[in-house]
Design a protein around this ligand. Structure first.
Ligand SMILES: Nc1ncnc2c1ncn2[C@@H]1O[C@H](COP(=O)(O)OP(=O)(O)O)[C@@H](O)[C@H]1O
Ligand SMILES: CC(C)(COP(=O)(O)O)[C@@H](O)C(=O)NCCC(=O)O
Ligand SMILES: [K+]
Length: 252
């Protein structure tokens, strides 16, 4: 069995990939106050028989080095996925391709598999919201990075030195109190931002794109967006599965 793992800035996500190529339902664990490495070690403890891990992360070099060390100690074969100029059907649009978040690269790989020859926009609604456009031939046109839903609201509250509060309950455009005004403001601000960015991107793309939402806030944001957004919460797992298949390590 192979474990596919995505370590973001807020949560660890994973799926099991069996020898037949089937993915288990994605699971997630928030780091909370603990370091991301602690969540990764918990995962290894939960899967003592795992032989192979395919990992994408956006964390520090120290995290990467520590993960390598702990996997080596346990005899786990680790493959870390990085952003590269061209691979798995994607040609990076970044001037410095290795600086594109590896999670964004894996999301584009998965989107290409999902969309066939259709262009796509991938909107990953995690700690940050990233919006990336890719043409049907795999050319990544580039993308944008915004603070995510939770982070935007928390940043405002932190700057206000604890005087403000936040609620995402019952969002409304005419909020009747501070907590809902902040939660609803961030929510509708990001909904408008996603729609506006997609509209601008589409104008510069060769054909109407498939618009794919993923990440921890995808379903929540989708419920307020116009029609025409496909929610795929485990998009990155499909990208990691494709990479595993290409490297023929489903049975290692
Ligand atoms: N149980 C949860 N714990 C933490 N965040 C959650 C949870 N459920 C949904 N979220 C939302 O998901 C976001 C993180 O999404 P995720 O895609 O896992 O991000 P990342 O890849 O940056 O770790 C958080 O910012 C938060 O708004
Ligand atoms: C933009 C990100 C912080 C998003 O991280 P996430 O929200 O998934 O935790 C991550 O993809 C990253 O660190 N990227 C490197 C910079 C770039 O892509 O340009
Ligand atoms: K993200």
């Amino acid at each position: 069995m192979v474990l596919l793992v995505d370590a973001g800035n807020s949560r660890l996500k994973w799926s099991e990939l069996d020898a037949a190529g089937s993915l288990s339902a994605q699971q997630a664990r928030a780091y909370g106050e603990r370091p991301a490495l602690a969540a990764f070690i918990d995962l290894l403890d939960a899967y003592p028989a795992v032989g192979h891990i395919i990992l994408v992360h956006v964390l520090t070099q120290l995290f990467a080095d520590s993960v390598r060390e702990v996997c080596a100690l346990r005899g786990v074969n680790l493959r870390m996925v990085h952003s590269v100029p061209q691979a798995y059907g994607i040609i990076s649009g970044y001037q410095n391709p290795t600086s594109l978040g590896a999670d964004r690269f894996v999301g584009l790989v998965a989107a290409r598999r999902l969309a066939g020859d259709q262009p796509c926009i991938v909107i990953d609604c995690g700690t940050a919201i990233t919006v990336d456009a890719v043409e049907g031939d795999g050319r990544h046109l580039g993308g944008l990075i915004l603070p995510g839903l939770q982070l935007s609201a928390e940043a405002l509250i932190a700057r206000a030195q604890g005087r403000l509060s936040l609620s995402f309950e019952q969002p409304g455009i005419f909020a009747d109190g501070t907590a809902r005004a902040i939660g609803s403001g961030c929510l509708f601000g990001l909904v408008g931002a996603i729609e506006g960015i997609c509209t601008r991107m589409q104008l510069a793309m060769s054909a109407p794109p498939l618009r794919i939402l993923t990440g921890g806030d995808a379903a929540h944001l989708r419920s307020w967006l116009h029609d025409g957004f496909l929610v795929q919460p485990d998009l990155l797992m499909h990208g990691l599965r494709y990479i595993a298949e290409q490297e023929a390590c489903t049975s290692c």
